[in-house]
Design a binder for this molecule. Structure first.
Ligand SMILES: [Zn+2]
Length: 56
C-alpha cells in the first residue's frame, strides 16, 4: 500500500484507507483510480504528478 501526495496541495491519497468522501473504498490502489481522477482539494488533474511517499 502506498500514500500519494498531490503536488499542488497537502492532499494525500492513502491506498489503505481509500477516500470515502470521493467514493473509493479502503484498499483501492491509486493506479486503479479512474484516469479522470483529480485532486479533490485543488483539482490537479494528472495522476502521474502525484508523488509516491511510501510503499511496502
Ligand atoms: Zn491537490
Amino acid at each position: 500500500m502506498a500514500v500519494l501526495e498531490c503536488p499542488g496541495c497537502q492532499y494525500r491519497y492513502d491506498e489503505a484507507q481509500g477516500d470515502a468522501h470521493e467514493g473509493y473504498p479502503p484498499g483501492t490502489l491509486f493506479e486503479s483510480l479512474p484516469e479522470e481522477f483529480t485532486c479533490p482539494d485543488c483539482g490537479v488533474r494528472y495522476k502521474e504528478e502525484f508523488q509516491k511517499l511510501v510503499s511496502d
